[in-house]
Design a protein around this ligand. Structure first.
Ligand code: F6R
Length: 251
């Protein structure tokens, strides 16, 4: 039986981001109290920017990330860490440089790993997630084509971290940031659907009317590889945090 994710509608991206940040803060504090680390799966893109701002605000108000371990969903292949569009750069400038996380606890796939080593890099990433105790909470965005991470339409549900070719919608959405579609990397390393579905909890954020159709499809019963976000219907603890515009197609 599919388990349609629940959803919560908020007035604005900011109020939704606040709710997710509060949720993450409670999770960290409750695990801290039990002497446990918190393992977060993190996303990049426009959607989580305000969430990261809220987490920085909570940190300034006393929330510590000393016992937090992070794993990012994905990274472009062929993009150096120092490149302004690398996800390593994004995460450091938007979040990690402003909180007390231990650098050793930060994990992102390495987009510059040489071709011969990519497979072992991906399996090491999976091993690191397992050794950390698995992901307690995975934050996701959603592509207009229904991708989660860079699991593009047609993605298998059986893959763990792997190399993927970016879909044309993904490339066109990234084109402005790279100064044209021809400059957008064609490939990325991404956690697979299998990795994502192994998280204890999943929180998907979607904002704006450009996401309304795909959000509606993702929440309509029926799992299909053509809309990878529908795989979330086979996860028992997923919630969509939406603003009014992204939720406009829902009842
Ligand atoms: C980012 C990622 C992608 C984005 C998605 C939405 O790490 O894995 O799946 O979450 O493309 O991007 P934005 O938020 O820019 O609309």
């Amino acid at each position: 039986m599919p388990d349609i994710p629940s959803y919560r509608l908020f007035e604005s991206p900011q109020s939704a981001s606040r709710a997710v940040a509060d949720d993450i803060s409670q999770l960290i504090r409750s695990r801290d109290n039990k002497g446990k680390n918190t393992v977060l799966g993190l996303a990049t893109g426009n959607t989580p920017i305000e969430l990261y701002e809220e987490l920085i605000r909570l940190h300034r108000a006393g929330l510590s990330f000393r016992n937090v371990v992070t794993f990012n969903l994905d990274e472009y292949i062929g993009i150096d860490r120092e490149h302004c569009e690398s996800y390593w750069q994004f995460m450091h400038s938007r979040l990690f440089n402003h909180i007390d996380i231990t650098p050793e606890n930060i994990h992102l796939p390495d987009g510059m790993v040489c071709a011969d080593d990519i497979e072992s890099h991906c399996s090491t990433y999976e091993k690191q997630i397992k050794e950390a105790g698995g992901i307690d909470l995975q934050v996701l965005g959603i592509g207009r084509n229904g991708h989660i991470g860079f699991n593009e339409p047609g993605a298998s549900p059986d893959l763990a971290t792997h190399v993927t070719q970016l879909n044309e919608v993904t490339i066109s959405d990234a084109a402005a940031a790279f100064g044209g579609p021809d400059n957008v990397p064609q490939y990325a390393i991404t956690m697979g659907v299998k990795t994502i579905l192994a998280a204890q909890r999943i929180t998907l954020l979607a904002f704006g009317s450009s996401k309304a159709d795909i959000v509606k499809r993702a929440l309509t019963p029926g799992i299909t590889a053509e809309v990878p976000a529908t795989y979330l219907q086979s996860h028992h603890n997923t919630t969509f945090f939406l603003d009014q515009e992204a939720g406009e197609g829902l009842n």
